[in-house]
Design a protein around this ligand. Structure first.
Ligand code: UT7
Length: 330
């Protein structure tokens, strides 16, 4: 089956509380210079008054309003809502279901959360496109949203300076046509050693309710994840380009998950001449996990970079381990 897929709208939402590297020096043994030179991060936003549900709804609302500029779109036509997240507000109901309610979307909708850590938005895009292509409807809303501040210890030098909260969203439209405009591929390797968060497995014993449980916090072996990412990203770029019958040089914009600017710098070296096509905004937001790619897309959209005819390649990697890429002809 061949089908076209178009980007119909993008949106993003960030909490109002800004935490700079300078302020972070009060919470952990570090220096603003170390953080910026080792990660590219200058600041991040963390939830205080907001939460993941309000951020997801705000980003989704913005993406829908943008899609509404096309008179043939109505929000009732959204038949798929996927929220890629590892930090949902509740274990259940899902962020996606709560967003359907918050925005008054049609009940005639497939709404679910998707857990693929920092690769979540790629999994979400591909899954949503597949559901539309299978006949589920014409429009899908994909949200990438995280509230990592709930699983973060600011005094932990291996993670506390890296992550930020935020949400990004995209509306995509199925265009039944002869020309395929969307290609994606993902990989998964079971490994909890380098990057994990206990979640409900935090030591609670149903027979000993008085027993103290550990808070569920992120655990990461940064150098191992770094090495993994530097191999995984080029694999995704090369294989998704091959699927689409393109060369990396045919891609106008490459948007990698924003985990560390040094990871992207290392990948750039493998694509001489294409360095300027990699979009980097980690300095401003930190690593927002599943939200980093859709936040970047919304920002690029605001700057007028996502022009019709251009080719966009998004690449994610993270816990799972998971990694993958999605190519969209705009
Ligand atoms: O989206 C999820 C995927 N996650 C990632 O992609 C994370 C990938 N990994 C990374 O981004 C990096 O590994 C980190 C930023 C987490 C760490 O940077 P690194 O260059 O790999 O540091 P390291 O752990 O190898 O430590 C190097 C040095 C050590 O000092 P010595 O032993 O060389 O004297 C550490 O003690 O840097 C020191 N260090 C710090 N210094 C100040 C480690 N963390 C910090 C810190 N502040 N926060």
């Amino acid at each position: 089956m061949t089908y076209g897929m178009k980007l119909a709208g993008t949106g993003k939402a960030l909490p109002c509380r800004l935490l700079t590297n300078e302020e972070l020096e009060n919470y952990m043994q570090t220096s603003r210079e170390w953080i910026e030179s080792h990660t590219g991060i200058r600041q991040r936003y963390l939830c205080t008054e907001e939460n993941i549900l309000t951020l997801a709804a705000q980003a989704a609302q913005q993406a829908i309003e943008q899609a509404e500029k096309d008179p043939s779109f109505t929000r009732e036509k959204i038949r798929v809502v996927l929220a890629a997240t590892s930090t949902g507000y509740y274990a259940f109901p899902s962020v996606a279901a709560m967003t359907v309610g918050a925005l008054g979307l049609s009940e005639h909708v497939y709404a679910a959360d998707l857990s693929a850590a920092c690769t979540g938005f790629i999994y979400g895009l591909g899954t949503a496109a597949s559901l539309l292509a299978s006949g589920m409807g014409e429009y899908a809303l994909i949200i990438g949203c995280e509230e990592f501040s709930r699983i973060l210890e600011l005094s932990d030098r291996s993670t506390g300076m890296l992550f930020g909260d935020g949400a990004g969203a995209a509306v995509i439209r199925l265009e039944p046509s002869a020309k395929q405009t969307f290609f994606w591929q993902v990989w998964t390797r079971g490994n909890e050693e380098w990057l994990s968060c206990p979640g409900i497995n935090c030591g609670r014993d149903v027979f000993c309710p008085e027993q103290k449980t550990e808070p569920s916090l992120i655990r990461m072996n940064g150098p191992e994840v770094f090495r993994f990412a530097v191999k995984a990203i080029p694999q995704a770029i090369d294989q998704v380009c091959a699927l689409a019958g393109k060369a990396p040089a045919d891609i106008d914009h490459i948007v990698c998950h924003q985990a560390n600017s040094r990871i992207i710098d290392a990948v750039k070296k493998k694509y001489p001449g294409l360095e300027g096509r990699f979009y980097i905004n980690i300095g401003e937001y930190g690593n927002t996990s599943a939200a980093s790619i859709p936040i970047a897309l919304a920002e690029m959209d605001e700057k007028g970079l996502l022009q019709s005819g251009r080719t966009l390649l998004t690449v994610g990697f993270g816990a799972g381990l998971t990694w993958g890429g999605a190519l969209l002809q705009l």
